[in-house]
Design a protein around this ligand. Structure first.
Ligand SMILES: NC(=O)c1ccc[n+]([C@@H]2O[C@H](COP(=O)([O-])OP(=O)(O)OC[C@H]3O[C@@H](n4cnc5c(N)ncnc54)[C@H](O)[C@@H]3O)[C@@H](O)[C@H]2O)c1
Length: 266
């Protein structure tokens, strides 16, 4: 598969989980991948995995909430032959907290990564993608961008914002006729390290997971929460990301694709 040969893709949050799987998928399709993450070791790990498979990638430390880091990271892509045609905005984290007790600072820190990070990526990458003749932006929203989840109001707020920002920017690009398509994907329960990053106290107090659980296991959660009964793998999300990034999706923009085993169907 070399449908993305000669093109470059820029992936945020690429040091782990869905971002790592998407980077691998894009590299397997021939793209040169800018593997970026605030976790530099994670980004390097992903770039090494790509290199081991014969793909091409560079690891870059990027905190998506920092505009100066965005311009510096994207400037590096200007120096390569492969035209930047894909942005995958994946950096994010989850948060379980009841609204009544959640500190405002926690909401703001989540907004900074998910909403400001997605905004800055689109602001700075889209002109470059347009300058390359067009391409695609894929934002990673969530089931939480489509449905309210009690105990996750802050997370739902960020993911809903990503969903609507994606649609608005898709229409801006359409008006400009700049050849850039912009779509969001909405995973449900995906087996990534994110599930194990929650504070055990938070999990214990929440209604997520089984009673008494201190760690959230996506496979256990999926048995009851996902209609098809199984958790999604990061690679399965990456397949949809790569499809949206490819020319096969040339007529799809402003769309939202749920990858949730039926969670939003009922
Ligand atoms: N795992 C799921 O079940 C699930 C479901 C729906 C949506 N999502 C979304 O998918 C995306 C990826 O999540 P994941 O499950 O792969 O999690 P993950 O924790 O495995 O990966 C997230 C990555 O984002 C990076 N990151 C965090 N803050 C950053 C910042 N400020 N700048 C740059 N990078 C930063 C982390 O270092 C990490 O490598 C997130 O946006 C998440 O909300 C995940």
């Amino acid at each position: 598969m070399s449908e993305l040969a000669g093109r470059a893709a820029f992936v945020t949050g690429a040091g782990s989980g869905i971002g790592r799987a998407s980077s691998l998928g894009l590299a397997r399709r021939g793209a040169y991948v800018w593997v970026t993450d605030v976790d530099e070791a994670g980004a390097e790990g992903t770039a090494e995995l790509i290199a081991r498979e014969g793909g091409r990638a560079a690891a870059v430390r990027l905190d998506v909430s920092d505009e100066a880091q965005w311009t510096a990271a994207l400037a590096r892509s200007d120096d390569r032959d492969e035209a930047l045609t894909v942005l995958v905005s994946c950096a994010g984290r989850s948060m379980i907290a009841d609204t009544a007790t959640m500190p405002l600072a926690d909401l703001r820190s989540l907004l900074a990564v998910s909403v400001e990070g997605t905004f800055l990526g689109m602001k700075h990458a889209i002109p470059r993608i347009a300058g390359s003749g067009g391409g695609a932006v894929v934002t990673i929203s969530s089931l939480a961008g489509l449905k309210g989840i009690p105990g996750m109001a802050a997370y739902c707020a960020t993911k809903g914002a990503i969903r609507m920002m994606t649609k608005a920017v898709a229409l801006e690009c359409a008006e400009l006729r700049n050849g850039v398509r912009v779509n969001s994907v909405h995973p449900g329960v995906v087996d990534t390290p994110a599930w194990h990053k929650h504070d055990p106290e938070e999990v214990g107090r929440s209604r997520h997971g089984s009673p008494g659980a201190r760690v959230l296991d996506p496979h256990v959660v999926a048995e009851t929460a996902v209609p098809i009964g199984v958790a999604c793998s990061p690679a399965e999300v990456a397949d949809t990301v790569c499809f949206l990034a490819s020319d096969a999706a040339r007529h799809i923009t402003g769309a939202e694709i749920a990858i949730d085993g039926g969670m939003t169907a009922g």
